[in-house]
Design a protein around this ligand. Structure first.
Ligand code: ATP
Ligand code: MG
Length: 720
């Protein structure tokens, strides 16, 4: 039992073992928030305060959710499969799958990722004959998502002028199109499940009484609707345990609202905000740099981090003539790190914008260094994979027009633009899907389309096959494989198609059983939603010792021994969109804080005098963030700016690490994890016990009143 709690510091221990109540843990990077959240989960379950089915935990990325499940299985001998741990999108998907009828969705509804959504919007504009100069599809997409993220349906948007009114009409038409086609976009997953719970009282009650504990990581980045969703699910009974760091709020541009933290504190009367200030991740210099940078932000809740680790190495700064030189320098440094025994997977290359990865990838590739890109063009977003998935989607639902439009003529089968237009007209006239409108198209066009319909029909007959075989069957019968085999550079694509079959096999083996109804069609549907939601997590060669490339946004919550932050130039990082206003600049600075605090031992910062970006050469100034780091922490690798003598830095030490005793308790009438009540200190939870008979003592966490050792012979402690 105490094994679980061993090594936690007093604040962490207090947070992990809090009595059942709402709690907010507000703490800086690397202070153990995620560890506390995971340990609390394990603690609640292992002390029988809650059943594994009675907790719900939300994390920000699939990677983090997987990590949590792995850590949990290591701590507890329970089967974590089937537990409600995941991202908002993942959990909402699960809810909607289980209650698709109540949610007004077809059983096999499909998920549109952001590229699919854009394609769907373009198709809509075309069908309505709307000028896409006047209504740029991307802007419309942004508008629609922003409304949904605030929980606003088309009929509830306040339209104050003609332009907005037209946008709202398009929003409405888009909603109808999605409904007709049986597809939902990412924002819809959340909104739809929110509406489901708020309108369906029995269902809401069911979940409210089921989830006793709701735990949220990275709470600072939840948006308005996500927060409302959490409140709805928590009802009056569940305990909300939120951890976050206002300094790491980096999704304001997507509607995330740090204000949620203040609202939460107020609305749930959290009178005991726990702060963690010891950082366990980074060496002193790195932490001091992070603290110094973030100090420049005015709107902060305010906190500082310290470490017991030594100052460590200085932060290395490199100025390159060009982006090419910067990349070559990184390759040399990386080679040296690897020679010194660092594993490649422990080295991260971070950048502000995805576009920066191209030159890095090119240089790493030429140098023969294996790497893995997160969040770039991800496995499930590759052209050949999306094509194969579109066939699978049509098997699941022939009315999925997005999938239909993607592959009706791929591989090419002589269905020209004219035939497709005819088909679209027919579908519009009949108010039906493209697939359903095929019989209405006359002549030769009609005949080729009918042949396509027959192909889909034939594929559909195979739906009873086990998932991996079904995938293979679709790849063969659709002629995708033979098509790519004839392409000059099609080998990689064929390899990826094979990888898709592998992905289906491992999905069936690992996660296929999550589906609550055991049908094969449901397997297919959950595989397809896995493909839409988990994009990026699966890649050929996964598990290899590869360098980690990603944007700063996707590095959130992760840690690496060595971190390179490249492209530290004004206009790039801070990004030009953010410089114009203070709010934007502060968000950029929080991003920098996130980037710096990913590093455990070594941090490299670099910038280039010239850089090719989006086809243009740019001449940038070094980022102000470099100047915000005290010179004493920095070692310049290029003689551009003079090195200053290291200044004195303070390391706080001497804090005793806390060790709960492990002696077994016997015959004292209380058990660990039990809720108790004390006349003076209020409700609490037994955390530890020692001694026996007249000497029996228990340690109790009273939340606000703190952690106390009480002698049972004296203290008046009642079971709660
Ligand atoms: P971030 O804000 O970046 O998400 P975090 O607050 O969630 O960070 P964690 O990732 O939980 O921090 O912890 C950072 C590192 O410190 C992890 O490697 C974790 O295992 C380690 N750690 C946390 N608490 C302790 C502790 N009491 N003793 C030793 N190591 C710890
Ligand atoms: Mg974390």
């Amino acid at each position: 039992m105490s094994d679980l709690l061993r090594g936690l510091n007093p604040q962490q221990l207090a947070a992990v073992t809090l009595p059942p109540q709402h709690a907010l843990i507000l703490a800086g990077a690397g202070s153990g928030k995620t560890r506390v959240l995971t340990t609390r989960l394990a603690w609640l379950i292992s002390t029988n305060q809650v059943d594994p089915a009675g907790v719900l935990a939300v994390t920000f990325t699939n990677k983090a959710a997987k990590e949590m499940l792995t850590r949990l299985s290591a701590m507890l001998p329970i089967n974590t499969r089937g537990m409600w741990i995941g991202t908002f999108h993942g959990l909402c998907n699960r809810l909607l799958r289980a209650h698709y009828r109540d949610a007004g969705l077809p059983q096999l509804f499909q998920i549109l990722d952001s590229a699919d959504q854009l394609a769907a919007i373009k198709r809509l504009l075309k069908a309505l004959n709307i000028d896409d100069e006047k209504f740029p599809p991307r802007e419309l997409q942004h508008f629609i998502n922003a409304q949904k993220e605030q929980g606003i349906r088309a009929n509830a948007v306040e339209a104050w002028d003609g332009y907005v009114r037209q946008r709202v009409e398009l929003y409405e038409a888009y909603e109808q199109q999605c409904q007709r086609e049986g597809v939902v976009d990412f924002a819809e997953l959340l909104l739809r499940s929110y509406e489901l719970l708020s309108r369906n009282e029995p269902l809401r009650r069911h979940y409210q009484s089921r989830f006793r504990h709701i735990l949220v990581d990275e709470f600072q980045d939840t948006n308005v609707l996500q927060y409302r969703w959490l409140k709805l699910l928590a009802g009056d009974g569940a305990c909300l345990f939120c951890v976050g760091d206002d300094d790491q709020s980096i999704y304001a541009f997507r509607g995330a609202d740090v204000g949620n933290m203040r609202d939460f504190e107020r609305e749930y009367r959290v009178d005991n905000v726990i702060r963690l200030e010891q950082n366990y991740r980074s060496h002193g210099n790195i932490l001091d740099a992070a603290n110094a940078v973030i100090k420049n932000n005015l709107s902060r809740l305010g906190k500082n981090l310290w470490t017991e680790a030594g100052a460590g190495e200085p932060i290395r700064v490199f100025e390159a003539m060009s982006d090419g030189e910067e990349a070559r320098w990184m390759v040399e440094e990386i080679k040296a790190l690897v020679r010194d025994g660092h594993s490649r997977a422990e080295i991260a290359l971070l950048y502000r914008s995805n576009a920066q990865s191209r030159i890095l990838e090119h240089t790493l590739f030429s140098a023969g260094l294996p790497y893995r890109v997160y969040g770039g063009l991800r496995f499930f977003e590759r052209q050949e994979i999306k094509h194969a998935l579109a066939y699978l989607r049509l098997i699941a639902n022939p009315d999925d027009d997005t999938a239909f439009a993607r592959i009706v003529n791929f591989p090419p089968r002589g269905i020209g633009a004219r035939s497709i237009e005819q088909l679209q007209d027919a579908a519009r006239a009949a108010g039906s899907s493209l697939h359903a409108a095929i019989p209405a198209v006359p002549g030769k066009a009609g005949a080729t389309l009918a042949a396509f319909a027959a192909l889909i029909e034939k594929l559909h007959e195979a739906i009873e096959l086990p998932l991996p075989e079904l995938v293979e069957h679709a790849i063969e019968l659709s002629a995708l494989r033979s098509h790519y085999l004839t392409e000059k550079e099609g080998q990689d694509r064929v390899a990826n198609l094979d990888e898709l079959i592998n992905a289906a096999s491992s999905f069936t083996a690992e996660e296929g059983r999550v589906g609550e109804e055991g049908e094969l069609a449901a397997d297919l549907a959950s595989f397809l939603s896995h493909a839409a939601l988990e994009a990026g997590e699966h890649q050929a060669g996964e598990g290899d010792d590869a360098l980690q490339l990603m944007t700063v946004h996707s590095a959130k919550g992760l840690e690496f021994n060595a971190v390179f932050i490249s492209g530290l130039e004004e206009g790039l990082f801070p990004h030009e969109n953010g410089i114009k206003e203070d709010k934007g600049l502060e968000e950029e600075r929080r991003l920098m804080y996130v980037a710096v605090t990913r590093a455990r031992q070594r941090l490299y910062l670099s910038f280039a005098q010239t850089r090719m970006l989006h086809g243009q050469t740019r001449y940038n100034m070094p980022s102000r963030f470099i100047e915000e780091i005290p010179a004493g922490l920095v070692k310049w690798l290029t003689p551009k700016i003079k090195v200053q003598a290291p200044g004195g830095r303070q390391v706080h030490t001497g804090v005793d690490s806390y060790r709960p005793t492990t002696r077994a308790q016997s015959g004292i009438g209380f058990r660990i994890g039990q809720s108790v009540k004390h006349a003076k200190f209020g409700p609490g939870v037994i955390v530890n016990a020692e001694g026996g008979g007249n000497d029996a003592r228990v340690q109790v966490n009273f939340g606000k009143a703190g952690m106390k050792w009480l002698a049972l012979s004296v203290a008046k402690l009642d079971a709660a």
